[in-house]
Design a protein around this ligand. Structure first.
Ligand SMILES: Cc1ncc(COP(=O)(O)O)c(C=O)c1O
Length: 381
């Protein structure tokens, strides 16, 4: 049994989460967890650190390990040659946008690293708001067909979806693929949260159909699952040889990770952390349910989608707070820091809004309870 209830004091650890605001603010922003990484990973890092020689690494074994993990995890075909190792996902996202001229279609809201990627490489983004029907978010394919332009050659997806917590169903993914095929679009599928599934089943984009197999780049990594984002590491799965060649060319300057990072990845994908992961998922699902019940108890005017995957909860405070910016209100009045909705390109048919915040529930249940208590007290003040 792992103790996810242990309160680790992260003040002074140099983390963004616990050191950006003052000590009186409870931080529930950014996407890292307040849990210690699995012991197997810690021991591997200590062993590597003690060894004392940190030369250039041979990564072939890691490619094999990751391909084997993909086959085991998703019962899919996966060849070690398809894997391109990366120094984290964010640079991977950015470089994909340099692979095609033209505009990039992004369903919004969406993870900031996805929104930023085309901006950094001078590509134009086209945002297509997800449809929100009674707090159930779905891709709006009519809107996408309407908005995509003749020069739209790329689409960037997040699945499980950060920030709305959807795990796309097979029919939805197939429709993405159909749409992409109609327009000859290359699909970038960011699946860094793919281990956090409470409902539905995660389907890696490249496994979907022939078009997806030949026209997509799927990005994954251990950063979220094992809380090792500070040891950046990720990989792309690219079955198509030509796209892989193009990607490797674009990735030349960033493709290699470090000794310690590779050591972590080895443990993440060789199966030795599977028990820890299983227990983590049980704890996080408990947190999700606890949070949902707590928010409902505070007020039926706090609106939120049911989270199917990830540890990020998208919450709409607009019925309670009206025009007030909920992010600022929560910091000022409740002393709880979440992520600001507008950063995710929150928008609807009427344009940009700022009704939401994103709450990270990968913390101890006691801290979640404290956050709920603070929010309730602020609303009643
Ligand atoms: C959807 C998504 N992709 C990528 C990242 C960042 O990945 P990395 O730390 O490997 O760059 C995050 C972090 O929050 C994320 O939520």
């Amino acid at each position: 049994m792992f103790d996810f209830d242990e309160e680790i004091d992260r003040h002074g650890d140099g983390s963004v989460k616990w050191n950006h605001f003052g000590p009186d603010i409870l931080p529930l922003f950014i996407a890292d967890m307040d849990f210690r990484a699995p012991q197997v990973i810690i021991e591997k890092l200590v062993e590597k650190a003690r060894f004392g020689v940190y030369g250039y690494q041979l990564y072939d074994e890691l490619n094999k390990l990751i391909a084997r993990w993909l086959r085991r995890q998703y019962k899919c075909e996966a060849d070690e040659q398809w894997i391109v190792l990366l120094h984290a996902l964010v640079p991977g996202l950015a470089l994909t946008t340099s692979m095609r001229e033209g505009s990039v279609l992004i369903p919004v809201p969406s993870y900031t690293g996805i929104l930023d990627a085309p901006v950094k490489t001078g590509r134009r983004s086209i945002w297509s708001p997800l449809k929100n029907e009674d707090e159930y978010y779905q891709p709006d394919f009519d809107d996408m067909r309407h908005k995509a332009e003749a020069d739209t050659r790329m689409m960037m997806l997040s699945n499980p979806h950060n920030p709305v917590g959807r795990v796309y169903k097979e029919e939805e993914l197939r429709e993405f693929s159909r749409f992409a095929k109609e327009r000859n679009i290359l699909v970038i599928s960011d699946e860094v949260h793919s281990d956090f599934i409470y409902e539905n089943k995660h389907i890696p984009f490249f496994t979907l159909d022939d078009y997806a197999y030949n026209n997509s780049i799927t990005l994954m990594g251990p950063g979220k699952t094992y809380n090792v984002a500070g040891l950046p590491f990720g990989f792309a799965v690219i079955p198509n040889k030509n796209i892989r060649r193009e990607f490797k060319k674009a990735a030349y300057a960033i493709s290699e990770s470090g000794v310690m990072h590779a050591a972590v990845a080895e443990k993440a994908y060789d199966g030795s952390c599977d028990d820890w992961k299983r227990e983590l998922m049980v704890y996080l699902k408990g947190n999700r349910d606890f949070l949902e019940a707590g928010l409902k108890k505070i007020s039926s005017d706090i609106k939120f989608p049911h989270n199917e995957g990830s540890y990020l909860q998208w919450i709409d405070f607009s019925r309670l707070l009206g025009e007030e910016n909920p992010y600022r209100w929560l910091i000022k009045k409740a002393r709880v820091a979440m992520s600001e909705g507008a950063a995710f390109g929150e928008s609807d048919a009427n344009g940009r809004r700022n009704n939401h915040v994103r709450l990270n529930f990968a913390t101890t249940r006691a801290r979640l309870a404290e956050a709920l208590r603070r929010i309730e007290a602020a609303l009643n003040a």
